[in-house]
Design a binder for this molecule. Structure first.
Ligand SMILES: C[S@@+](CC[C@H](N)C(=O)[O-])C[C@H]1O[C@@H](n2cnc3c(N)ncnc32)[C@H](O)[C@@H]1O
Length: 279
């Protein structure tokens, strides 16, 4: 994504709380800010409730460094995530809508579009056709899309779905609806290119990222312990929190820095594609 620039009128399609795009744009926060601080329905965590779909007036992102550019429009279907995104001061405008339907934007209305959600939607060809319609001639679309290796690397899929072995049924709690519900499309480069061609899009760039080791680390992450961790965090003295977070981060970095470096190699077995497309 390094070479992709948010030029002209720009769209973050499925921006969520905006944190990914804000940090990518150089935005930074004070250590006291915690992206997980505003959650709801923790008691329904194991029923796959979206615990981050929560907002109140106390949400304050404590920005220390603003992003080096702005994005014109942040689009998502969840109002609470858009409120968090708006609090960053990074999007000129936020628009709520369903990415599955016709998009509420005119033809040729964006010069640059980024999206990490096309694979969450029902029909890739109709979404790609809509994205093409709203892209101005000469503009570019940057998409993150899963490779067909992604399900192979999922513990839930490989140990439970493929085997039907009841000992691994509990992995549904780890998957939390990601593969069973959210991630609807995982395709080879060849298959994605066929979809682009049918939607009238041309590939300008293709690379791959997130190899198996990173995906399997992400797959577990802190998910199983999340509700208990949140309760512990709630019990921590606010004054002590930045110091404790610094210790966590330093320990995590020993592991995360070399792990992230692995993701920089362009390997065709990696779990995600990055495409830049034009029309
Ligand atoms: C994988 S997250 C991406 C968030 C962020 N762009 C990122 O890269 O971290 C998927 C986002 O898609 C949004 N989403 C899922 N289905 C949607 C739909 N039908 N219409 C609009 N947004 C949707 C979710 O609310 C969520 O914010």
């Amino acid at each position: 994504m390094k070479s992709f620039e948010f030029e002209g009128r720009s769209l973050d399609f499925g921006c969520g709380d905006g944190l990914f795009s804000f940090i990518r744009a150089g935005g930074r926060f004070r250590a006291e800010f915690d992206a997980f601080q505003k959650t709801e329905q923790l008691d329904r965590f194991y029923e796959n409730a979206d615990v981050y779909d929560a907002y109140d007036e106390s949400f304050d992102p404590l920005v220390t460094m603003p992003a080096s550019y702005q994005i014109s429009v942040g689009f998502d279907h969840k109002a609470n995530l858009l409120r968090k995104a708006a609090a960053l001061g990074f999007y000129k405008e936020t628009v709520q809508g369903d990415g599955n339907g016709p998009l509420p934007f005119g033809d040729d209305s964006f010069k640059s579009i980024f999206s990490n959600i096309v694979y969450w939607l029902d029909n890739p060809i109709s979404v790609l056709t809509e994205l093409r319609r709203i892209l101005e001639p000469g503009g570019a679309i940057c998409l993150m899309l899963p490779n067909d290796t992604l399900p192979e690397y999922s513990f839930y899929n490989s140990l439970y779905v493929e085997t039907k072995d009841e000992r691994w049924k509990w992995l549904e709690l780890l998957d939390r609806g990601r593969l069973s519900d959210n991630i609807k499309q995982s395709k080879s480069d060849e298959d994605w290119r066929e979809n682009f061609a049918r939607a009238g899009l041309v590939v300008l760039h293709h690379s791959q990222h997130l190899p198996k080791t990173i995906i399997q680390t992400w797959d577990i992450g802190f998910r199983p312990m999340f509700p208990a961790l949140m309760k512990m965090v709630d019990g921590v003295d606010r004054e002590k929190m930045p110091g404790i977070k610094a210790e966590w981060l330093n320990a995590l970095k020993m592991f995360a820095t070399p792990l992230a470096a692995m993701g920089a190699t362009n390997d065709e077995r990696s779990a995600f594609h990055c495409y830049v497309l034009s029309k």
